[in-house]
Design a protein around this ligand. Structure first.
Ligand SMILES: *[C@@H]1O[C@H](CO)[C@@H](O)[C@H](O)[C@H]1NC(C)=O
Ligand SMILES: *[C@@H]1O[C@H](CO)[C@@H](O)[C@H](O)[C@H]1NC(C)=O
Ligand SMILES: *[C@@H]1O[C@H](CO)[C@@H](O)[C@H](O)[C@H]1NC(C)=O
Ligand SMILES: *[C@@H]1O[C@H](CO)[C@@H](O)[C@H](O)[C@H]1NC(C)=O
Length: 504
């Protein structure tokens, strides 16, 4: 190998891109090893230690000994089809969590409960609690069912309880945290810009100025947002039960302790993912949003519906990602789909920052697209895993598009993996997730750029997912189905993801 000292940087362009990639990655690995040794002796080591200690308990709370640069949140999805086919579908996400930002922002630390998809005029509510009101009650010592110990957890926030099989919501109006009009305006402007970028990509004949306005007008106006600020807070009460016997935890093993597979062994990642139950039945599900003593804003009943539980923890959310989730399939009931494709600072966020400020030339090598993609087929009890870490699994295409005539946005994705039943076969998955433009609700998430929880995610809980799963060689179609009430998030520089995946 040539001494890099002899090689003027400009000549990088005349090298083959594979050679640049290899050299870039090798240089990074050497630097990263040195960096990690330092990290292991720094205050941030608590995060590494916690990830190692909880390796086989991804669902548990990880933050016991971590006081900064940390967040953890559980995502409970509940969906219920109306009584007749024409009744609107009810779909909600309930997200308890905790955020402890970096030392400069410690006054922003808090625990929270976020409810998205509320019945009634208010689609979302954010309840804020001091961290002293967050308690980890460790579900696994409370029983939690013998067949599901790995998926057991229990957390208390204020007077609300969250566990793998029950939610008790007592979210009082005095903890209601109204999202400021400024934050909402910033959110809607960014969401509109995203739509415009995606539209221009699919339809170059549209004029850009015209369209950003066009999309912004689909969301609440700036005037409405200012009024929203003066509205009175409200309370949310609810009770949900998900019997353990109906839950579908992920199969795990020593080398695949969680949905993250072997990558769960990397303790320094920016954001980690866990799945507690791919699918279960809601035996009881009631929720009411109340203003004052008796003004009922909305009421919902989820008895007999279906649920899904996952979680994230880490330092921050990624800068760019697409996430989709569906488990209310018609002809394949009980089946479940989860797709998460993100820009991953593979060597951890700190190292990525360090490279960006000290060796910017290596920056392009610090982020790679990573994906966690699974489809669980209930009828055959088979889990198809299309994730990056699965040997021979490939992402074939990823696209987002906007159809202005129909007023929809679609995320299309295709991947293949080895058939777990037949080593000579390949399984292909093709998915379209569609939502109406402007129906997403602003979701607060730990933002790296803002250093606090910020409404940076347009969260849809009523998207429609079309799935086809087939054997490539024989052409046999295993699943062709639709799920309403799907979750969809499209955030950040999707063009970057598309460029990487479509040329992978
Ligand atoms: C492209 O945009 C123009 C103007 O908004 C619209 O009339 C036309 O139907 C669009 N074409 C497609 C293929 O969406
Ligand atoms: C895919 O993920 C599941 C759940 O973590 C795991 O059980 C399975 O072994 C994984 N498959 C491969 C090939 O890693
Ligand atoms: C795998 O093969 C077994 C035995 O041939 C069969 O019973 C099972 O249904 C197959 N699973 C799938 C997903 O095709
Ligand atoms: C997804 O959309 C594409 C383009 O419209 C279509 O060809 C494909 O069949 C759709 N896939 C599914 C699973 O519906």
């Amino acid at each position: 190998m040539k001494d890099p000292q002899d090689t003027p940087i400009l000549s990088f362009s005349s090298w083959s891109s594979t050679r640049v990639l290899t050299l870039g990655r090798t240089a990074l690995l050497v630097l990263a090893s040195a960096y990690l040794v330092q990290l292991a002796f720094s205050p941030k080591a608590a995060y590494l230690v916690s990830n190692v200690r909880n390796l086989h308990n991804p669902i548990q709370y990880h933050g016991a000994d971590i006081s900064t640069d940390f967040f953890e949140g559980w995502y409970f999805k509940v969906v219920k089809q109306g009584n007749t086919k024409d009744d609107p579908i009810q779909s909600m996400a309930i997200i308890p969590g905790i955020h402890r930002p970096s030392p400069e922002n410690t006054d922003e630390e808090h625990a929270f409960v976020l409810v998205v998809g509320l019945p009634g005029p208010e689609p979302a509510a954010y309840f804020r609690f001091p961290v002293s009101e967050f308690t980890d009650l460790r579900g696994n010592t409370q029983g939690g069912g013998n067949n599901n110990n790995k998926g057991a957890f229990k957390v208390q926030i204020g007077n609300s309880f969250f566990s793998h099989d029950e939610l008790i919501l007592n979210l009082p109006a005095n903890r209601f945290d109204r999202v400021p009009a400024r934050e909402l305006e910033e959110f809607y402007t960014e969401a509109s810009r995203q739509y415009e970028v995606q539209l221009r990509k699919t339809n170059s004949t549209t004029s850009s100025m015209e369209n950003q306005d066009y999309f912004r007008r689909l969301f609440p106006s700036a005037d409405t947002l200012t009024k929203v600020e003066t509205q009175k807070p409200f309370a949310v009460h609810g009770h949900f039960q998900f019997p353990v016997s109906t839950q579908t935890p992920l199969p795990t093993s020593r080398w695949r302790p969680s949905i993250m597979g072997i990558t769960a062994y990397l303790p320094f990642l920016e954001c980690n993912h866990g799945v507690a139950s791919l699918h279960h039945t809601i035996s009881k599900g009631r929720l009411v949003a109340l203003r004052g003593d008796n003004e009922v804003l909305g009421e919902a009943k989820f008895d007999g519906g279906v649920g899904y539980i996952e979680k994230d923890w880490g330092v921050n959310f990624p800068s760019t990602w697409v996430w989709a989730q569906a488990n209310m399939f018609d002809t394949a009931p009980g089946s479940s789909l989860m797709i998460s494709v993100a820009s991953i600072p593979v060597l951890g966020p700190d190292f990525t920052d360090w490279i960006a400020s000290n060796m910017p030339i290596l920056s392009p090598f610090t982020n790679v697209p990573g994906r966690l993609v699974i489809f669980y087929h209930a009828a055959t009890k088979t889990l198809y895993n299309f994730s990056s870490y699965v040997f021979l699994a490939r992402a074939k295409s990823l696209r987002t598009s906007v159809d202005i005539e129909r007023g929809t946005q679609t995320f299309s994705f295709m991947a293949t993996t080895k058939d777990p039943n037949n080593s000579k076969e390949t399984i292909a998955l093709q998915v379209n997730v569609t939502r109406e433009i402007g129906t997403g609700v602003p979701l607060r998430a730990p933002s790296r750029v803002k250093g606090r929880m910020f409404s940076g995610v347009e969260e849809a809980v009523v998207a429609t997912t079309d799935v086809r799963l087939w054997r490539v060689k024989s052409g046999e179609v295993l699943v062709e189905d639709q799920s309403l009430g799907s979750g969809l998030e499209i955030v950040g520089d999707i063009a970057w993801l598309e460029a990487h995946i479509n040329h992978e």
